[in-house]
Ligand binder design. Sequence first.
Ligand code: XIL
Length: 484
Amino acid sequence: MRSHSSPPSTVRRKIGGLFAALTVGVLGSTAVLVAPLTSHAAESTLGKAAAQSGRYFGTAIASGRLNDSTYTTIANREFNSVTAENEMKIDATEPQQGQFNFTAADRVYNWAVQNGKQVRGHTLAWHSQQPGWMQNLSGSALRQAMNNHINGVMAHYKGKITQWDVVNEAFVDGTSGARRDSNLQRTGNDWIEVAFRTARAADPAAKLCYNDYNVENWTWAKTQAMYAMVRDFKQRGVPIDCVGFQSHFNNDSPYNSNFRTTLQNFAALGVDVAITELDIQGASGTTYANVTNDCLAVPRCLGITVWGVRDTDSWRAEHTPLLFNGDGSKKPAYTSVLNALNAGSTTPTPTPTPTPSPGAGQIKGVASGRCLDVPNSSTTDGTQLQLWDCNSRTNQQWTLTVAGELRVYGDKCLDAAGTGNGAKVQIYSCWGGDNQKWRLNSDGSIVGVQSGLCLDAAANGTANGTLIQLYSCWNGSNQHWTRT
Ligand code: XIL
């Protein structure tokens, strides 16, 4: 718990802004400055209590229960964010290929917005709850169907969903840290980043999340694998904004106090984090409070969603894992969570959307060990790039922008002078064209968006002065680059 004599800087700033005129120079002590915090009346619902620190407290909603007034009364009173428990999944929204059906999804969506709640979208690409037609697809037909599905669902809700779980549960349980085998995975390892790129284009306003379970314990291989993927995505400019931790805690996958470390480490990569499907076998009040405090401790933790309202609504009803009894009464864990929220203070930092670009760095040829270099530090448009010994000068410092440009000197772009094999790659004033946009792939290739050709050290050269061109991608090490 944070001491009241040392509020976090965000709170200090906020209070400073509100009360500076009254207090500065009059009563100027820190103790007086934080007084408004301690005098804040405790809120009496989960949603309002979470909102004190700028967060939400949400629940999964099942459309089939919306005519149960005990259910809707609690849900409407306590929660300010909603996730459709099943209604926005692939089998529900595209039961026949190319024929979208949003009847049940809209029932949940409309109930949520009519009652003033935000909506998390769940989920666009997943190995489970696929309709039969999709289960039978593979290869490029499945890849296309995945993209088409993302486009169809996101278009329907464009601008209306705060966070989308773009990809769900892509890693396997256990100690391997491997991807889960699935029809989607078999379309190629890049299926996840393709899903995120498609999603960004479909609804640029939504935060795009990767969501998984058994990734809360920092020491687990699955957590580390997810971390490596998110770090890689951020480094290569794949658009990802948030990571969802399902947090289905039970005897096989118990809560561990290192969950806070996990949330902090992911946040440090430059993504928001969220607790997306919380339930705890036995509903220990202490564990519920610990999870709540873990989120409150991390400024980029956006909020908490529990996976259902009453124990009897839970997908794991036998675990009695939720905050309300079957009769609608509050469980002890409810009070633990509410008290933790009322005591919490840090304000979450909003994510800049889309993904902020990673900082400047060198681009080093794998074959040559030499860097992408502007000859003689020229700033003249049309100067062709070369390989040169890596050094610390600005003519080797490249910044990947959100748009996919590689900028040097701030306003010059890596620019393809043509679209065919051998086209010169030069610097040119940035103007937003596709010949100045590049895709950094996980295999180290850098592909021109306009041409589809690879950034290539000419004639397989490795020496200082080797010119840089476009060439058909052939997986050669003269086409592989690392960013340092
Ligand atoms: C569950 C639902 O709660 C059940 O009603 C359904 O039968 C199966 O799916 N991870 C997820 C959720 O991402 O979508 C799952 O929801 C629970 C595990």
